[in-house]
Design a protein. Sequence first.
Length: 392
Amino acid sequence: MFSRVILIVLDSVGIGELPDADLYEDQGSNTLGNIAAQVDLSIPNLAAMGISRIVELKGIPPALRPSAAFARMAERSKGKDSVTGHWEMMGIVLDTAFPTFPTGFPEDVIAEFDRRIGRKSIGNSVASGTAIIDELGPEHMETGFPIVYTSADSVFQIATHEGIVPVPQLYEWCEIAYDITVKGMGLGRVIARPFIGVPGSFTRTSNRHDYAMPPIAETLLDRMVASGQQVTSVGKVADLFAGKGISASNPTRSDSDGVDKIEALMGTQDGGMIFANLVDFDAIYGHRNDTPGYAANLERFDSRIPGLLARLRDDDLLVMTADHGNDPTTPSTDHSREHVPLLLYGKQVRAGLDLGTRRTFADLGQTVAQNFGVGQLAHGTSFLAEILATQP
């Protein structure tokens, strides 16, 4: 059994379309596979763990003796966003997807938002965040009107320049939007998207903040905290669960900063779970269709794996997975409906074990729940007994 679980979500690193990808117009999406097909990808540590045993990667043959147990996981919930993916990992399966607005939000919603913030907003379209900032940023700087936009996901996003609208004021506006759209309409998230710079060279900052709907049911995180276990989040995890079931939260400035924080916590936290999300894969590279940048970020993360492994204790379980896809090689700049990888590593783990295709992300949560003895979750099948090299 494991006294500590380190769970790292590589945000959007999908490994091939799900059977229902056509319902989401995501046929042909394969984030990791398609990147490897276009870029000479070098990820020797992930390869040694067995990543190319679960997805075909050009130039990276399957490891003969993988150092990790491995699987691919299928999402059972409806949707393909971060909230849905993370919730399902922790035991919640959504039968109905969060609402989306492919032509922008209804006029009455925008009118109410404008009334409550005391000024007009601009945008209200489905757009890439960087593209709409480039397009409307100059007008925003002249008028102070916030930029509102959405995507294929269930999000109300507000972008403002930090030199025009102070970040605390942007957060206040997000709370107003949360009241209108999340509480009032069942939307998944409101996201603050602050940026800096001048027209032609705007840059989004690390002051992003997600305001997600609280989980609609009890999660593994709730169970763990209630039982006295420490659950420490790194990155946007705490936001995705609206702070529920989180003992302590560690925001990050970048994926590199995120790994730094994981390593630091591995030196100080003695038990429970460290639950991290590395969002740059998705936010900086996937949504911008930056295939070379995505590949470089994969290589940077891969280079940090030896440092993570060196900090593992004998009774640790290291888990690497993803929450959805975001294939930068396709015309879409939105998330894609894909399988996700699952790599499990530790001295107590049966190296090279093929766990097949899991029917739901919730299998992971059920496994961790059984490990910590916090009761059976509503969804998922535990694979704890299968991965243990020495049976309990």
